[in-house]
Structure formats: structure tokens, C-alpha cells
Design a protein around this ligand. Sequence first.
Ligand code: HEM
Length: 274
Amino acid sequence: MKKYVRMTLNERVQHLNLIINFAILVVTGFALKYSGATWTTPITDVPAGMTFRGLLHRLSGAAIVSLGLYHILYMFLTPRGRSLLVDLVPRWKDALDVWETLKNNFFINRPPKEIKMGRFSFREKFEYLGLVWGTAVMTVTGFILWLEVEWLKYFPRWTFDLFRAIHFYEAVLATLTILVWHFYAVMLDPDVYPMSWAWITGNISEHEMKLEHGLHLERLEAEERMKGSGSTEDLPTGQQSMFAGEVNEERTSVRRFTRRLREFNERMRNWPGV
Ligand code: HEM
């Protein structure tokens, strides 16, 4: 079965970094707002727990800002990053896709229309823009909270309170976006359940490509036909790594492990019961 590279190793490491730091920021941030809640007792009931919480929040804040800066360099300075950037720009076709999706969901299109999307669907583009916007807002407001004393030397108190409120509500929005939207798209959606393995293996299947990125698949297949041999050596710069062809599943122990996990899941799903 053909597989397509969705995330390179570099991108997976960036993603893992984001997962870890974001999770720490959510826990240590909300533990300040809701310091009386039962779930915060492991933090509040240990000596210097709250001091450690504040320190960890600032450390992870600095880490996520550094990751953001690295990501900007990656997107602008590498051929692969630039090709991702171009494909992430929202276009008129995305608005049409939203429209057709709504018509499908409200049974106006009967039968539902097949929507062929590009390398990134409108949902993914929107999510990515939300992440960029959210990180910028959290960085600016986070540093203002961090430098409270300096800020209050130059600006009135109400501006500080306003930025604190923005930091809090953006934190709520970001957490809900990840829990509801992102987790649905990459885990609970029946098309990918129990989860899309791309964040671990880096690849998606031909089936997933057809379903979510039909237009992009057609483009890659056309390019492959043009090359004749199936080799991707001559693809335009930045495109080479998109196509993995047959992936040697046994190459690394991580791949072996995820393959076994996938097979186990598959068996569980097809289990007839007792
Ligand atoms: C992106 C994920 C982030 C989330 C989910 C988050 C969440 C929160 C929450 C819920 C609060 C409590 C607000 C209140 O009590 O009203 C808070 C406070 C704070 N945040 Fe963040 N934050 C994030 C990023 C950052 C960043 C990037 C920085 C620094 C650059 C930062 C620095 C601070 C500071 C200094 C405080 C106040 C004092 C403290 O926590 O001890 N935060 N954050």
C-alpha cells in the first residue's frame, strides 16, 4: 500500500515540542486561575508548589516562543517550509469548499457532493492560522504579565488587567480548540479513528489522501506519471519529500511498534466478540 509523507522528522519533533509545552502551559496556567479547585491540589499542596508552577509556566512560555521563532525560520528559509507556506495560504477554492461542506451537512446536496481538497483542507488552514494567531497573542500578553512591574511604570493599571483578561480568554479558546476541534479531526473522526498516525510515523495512507486531499493526490500522481519511473528525484524543490512511495515499515523500531499497534487496533475493530 502506498504511503505519502505528511510530516518530516523535523516537523514531527516541532509538533512533539508543541504538544509538551502547550500541555504544561495549560495545566500551570489554569492552576493559577483555579487555585482552589480539587485538581490543583497536587500543585498547591506541596511546599513551594505555586512558585514552581509560576517558574514552569514561564519556562514553557519561553520554550514555546523559541519554537515559534524556529518555526518561522523553518517556514521561510527551507524549500520544504516555503512549499508548505504557499500551500497553507487560504484561497477562493477554500471558501467554495466550506460552502459545499455546509450544503452536504445540511442535506442540501443530495447525494452529498465529493469535495476534492488540496494539500491542506480549509479546516487545516484555519487551524494553522489560529495556532499562529493564538501563539502571537499569548506571547505578547504573556510577556506583559511577566514584566508586570516594568509595565505599570509606563501604563495605567487597566491596560494590564485588559491584557490579563485577553491572556486568560485566549487560553480558554486555545484549549477548547485543541480538545474539541483538533482532537476530533485527528482522533475521533471515524475516518481516522483511533487516530491519524502521521504525527508518529510521518505518513498517511493513500486512502486518507483520497478522502482528505483528493486534488493533491491527483497532482502527485500526474507528476509521478510524468516522471515515468515513479522516482521523485526530479520533482520541484520542496515537493520531493511529499511522496514516500512504498515505505519500508521495518526500518526503525518506532515504525515496527506503530505497525504492531495498528494491527492490534485493526484486530480489535474486527473482533466478532464472544
Ligand atoms: C500558549 C499557551 C498558554 C496558555 C494556555 C496560558 C495560560 C495561562 C493562564 C490560564 C493564566 C492565568 C491567567 C489569570 O489568572 O487570569 C496565565 C498566566 C500567565 N501566563 Fe500564560 N499561557 C500561555 C502562554 C504563555 C506565554 C507564552 C507566556 C510568556 C511568554 C505566559 C506567561 C504568563 C504569565 C507571566 C502569567 C501570570 C503569572 C503566573 O502564571 O504566575 N503564558 N497563563
